[in-house]
Design a protein around this ligand. Structure first.
Ligand code: PAF
Length: 285
């Protein structure tokens, strides 16, 4: 496994793959890796000739300084995990390498209503930061395949939108969420939960599943949201939103839409830790 800290080294390593038209898979991460990240790496390894994983805690996507400071950082463990899974190249740039003074890295894509709800509503500026860093990383790595987790459904959707809007030659692959035994979606932030919170956080996946059952029973989406928010309000937990959305437009549903893709999405504070999760309730026809 090769480790690169600067852009030129990584570019030189990838050049032979590019000139031979070999598929390059890319998994962008902010480190504190877990089984969810490894499943993306494995998917890339199976489908491409070379897999690159980046580890970069991107300051521009944090809307709270404390969240950025407390974001878990475990570089030595991350490298060990990537080596063991068989990842070929790791890119661990500095902030200066990603945002060199004088380089305009802003992204001129209008996300419109796609970025207005859910994470966009509660984390102002977050998606501009994500788009900025993902575009910059794509420019550096120039992969044929980009692997992202379904846990960040809205993020994955917006990145796909950006790739289309800018006609970037990359296929955005959304991979299923990996869960702990109790259903809790794997996330780097789980490391900040205490054992009791980790156990209790099973309520999030259970509520997403219940929401699916309630929709099937014919309950209107607004009632499902209400019931879900109540169920998630347990001591120490505070739901921020629970939305039943059209999976293609990311807009909230007002009524059942049996032929559409429907996704339940939620963000819940477990003490000081913000967790997000979602479940595809209907795939649509
Ligand atoms: O999902 C993440 O970990 C980050 O938002 C990403 C895509 C690596 C961009 O910093």
């Amino acid at each position: 496994m090769y480790l690169f800290k600067n852009v030129s080294g990584l570019r030189a390593f990838l050049e032979p793959f590019r000139t031979k038209n070999r598929a390059i898979g890319f998994v962008p991460t902010m480190g504190a890796l877990h089984e969810g990240h490894l499943s993306l790496i494995r998917e890339s390894l199976a489908a491409t000739h070379c897999t690159v994983c980046s580890i970069f805690v991107n300051p521009t996507q944090f809307n709270q300084q404390a969240d950025l400071e407390q974001y878990p950082r475990t570089p030595a463990k991350d490298l060990q995990m990537l080596y063991e899974v068989g990842c070929q190249a790791v890119f661990m740039p500095t902030v200066e390498a990603i945002y060199p003074p004088g380089l305009d890295t802003s992204v001129a894509v209008d996300f419109g209503q796609l970025a207005e709800g859910m994470e966009g509503r509660f984390r102002p500026g977050h998606f501009q930061g994500v788009a900025q860093v993902v575009k910059r990383l794509l420019d550096i790595v120039q992969p044929s395949h980009l692997y992202m987790g379904q846990k960040d459904y809205q993020q994955c959707f917006l990145v796909r939108h950006m790739a289309q809007a800018l006609a970037l030659p990359v296929e955005v692959v959304m991979s299923p969420t990996v869960r702990e035994a109790n259903g809790l979606a794997m996330s780097s932030r789980n490391a900040r939960l205490n054992p009791e919170q980790r156990k209790q956080a099973a309520i999030i996946y259970k509520t997403l599943q219940d929401a699916g059952a309630w929709i099937k029973q014919g309950l209107p989406p607004a009632e499902v949201q209400e019931k879900a928010l109540q169920q998630l309000t347990i001591p120490g937990f505070r739901p921020e939103y629970f939305e039943i959305i059209n999976g293609q437009t990311l807009q909230q549903l007002n009524e059942a839409q049996p032929d559409r893709m429907v996704v339940a999405c939620t963000a819940v504070w477990a003490g000081e830790v913000r967790l997000i999760d979602n479940l595809i309730l209907q795939t649509g026809s």
